[in-house]
Design a protein around this ligand. Structure first.
Ligand SMILES: NC(=O)c1ccc[n+]([C@@H]2O[C@H](COP(=O)([O-])OP(=O)(O)OC[C@H]3O[C@@H](n4cnc5c(N)ncnc54)[C@H](O)[C@@H]3O)[C@@H](O)[C@H]2O)c1
Length: 293
């Protein structure tokens, strides 16, 4: 497996934290050169120092995935530094921190989440695909989605869920188009999990731009970290299972050489939820919500 990555270059958006950070180290340890694009200045400084300490060849760029020009600059700087790009991980994403009734959310809540999660994926496709189609060797375009939206509709985060439903259809369509065109590009959908992954996603407000500042008050979730979720779960008498982002990276890197589309780890519980959803649609039964655990 490790030879598959040796000497290759991987661009990772949202690579300064969480799943992206774990991907950077796993790929770097497997011999890849790493290019990270992110908007979080302090996290970018930290990962730059840590990659240097680990002896991993890398470049860190400020890149906002909501801006095509910024993504183009990321590609250009990767090509200048390492001459080619073999893996693109369109991974940047945010949780809008929504809670309460969706009719109380402001347009800024929807716009910020769709800008990063949906337009971030679209912009990454528009910038990186025209480069990848010029390559005759196999390359990979990996888009990070979420089971919440792709396979099921969990009721607690409607904006996030809607954005990730869109990301799934975009990723699947990209795969069909690449396959139809007979290109040597492998498209994959990465689903961090199987449990809630212990990352900064639940504190995405730290990178929320001023122009999309939260306008509504009184419907905050009260959750700003996985620890908050664990505490809340504890209050309701159940244990919240979590996954370390390193496990997600290891899973993805094990599956990519085989050209797999679905980069996920499904539990029996996930499979049951997916079957219930399919049955509900086929049998036209009234939807009932699934729980996040
Ligand atoms: N944590 C989970 O349980 C979970 C589950 C399913 C899917 N995901 C997805 O995994 C991906 C990675 O998130 P994570 O969980 O590692 O969270 P994270 O917050 O630790 O990492 C996300 C990174 O994206 C960056 N980012 C935010 N806005 C950006 C922008 N406009 N341009 C560039 N970078 C930006 C952040 O600065 C951060 O470094 C996201 O797409 C997320 O939706 C996470």
């Amino acid at each position: 497996m490790s030879d598959y990555y040796r000497g290759k270059t991987a661009v990772i958006t949202g690579g300064a934290s969480g799943v992206g950070r774990s991907l950077a180290f796993a790929l770097g340890r497997a011999g890849a050169k790493i290019v990270i694009g992110d908007v979080d200045a302090s996290a970018m400084t930290a990962i730059g120092e840590d990659l240097s300490s680990a002896g991993i060849d890398h470049q860190i760029c400020r890149c906002d995935v909501t801006d095509v020009t910024s993504l183009q600059a990321l590609l250009d700087s990767a090509l200048t530094a390492f001459e080619q790009v073999d893996f693109v991980f369109a991974n940047a994403g945010i949780g809008a921190g929504e809670a309460g009734a969706m009719w109380d959310f402001s347009d800024k809540d929807w716009q910020w989440c769709f800008n990063v999660n949906v337009w971030g994926a679209v912009n990454s496709i528009r910038v990186f695909m025209p480069y990848l189609v010029t390559r005759s060797e196999p390359t990979h375009m990996v888009i990070t989605g979420s089971g919440n939206g792709a396979y099921m509709v969990l009721p607690d985060a409607p904006i996030y869920t809607a954005s990730k439903a869109a990301v799934q259809t975009i990723t699947e369509n990209l795969h069909y188009q690449v396959q139809g065109a007979g290109l040597p590009i492998k498209v994959s959908a990465l689903f961090p999990g199987p449990h809630i992954v212990d990352t900064g996603l639940f504190n995405s407000g730290r990178v929320r731009p001023e122009e999309f500042a939260k306008e509504t008050t009184g419907n905050e979730s009260g959750i700003n970290s996985v620890d908050d979720m664990k505490r809340m779960a504890d209050e309701f008498g159940f244990e919240l299972k979590t996954t370390h982002p390193d496990e997600v990276a290891e899973m993805a890197l094990a599956k990519l050489p085989g050209g797999e589309f679905w980069l996920h780890t499904l539990t029996e519980d996930h499979e049951a939820k997916i079957r219930r959803r399919a049955d509900m649609i086929i049998n036209s039964t009234i939807p009932v919500p699934e729980s996040v655990i």
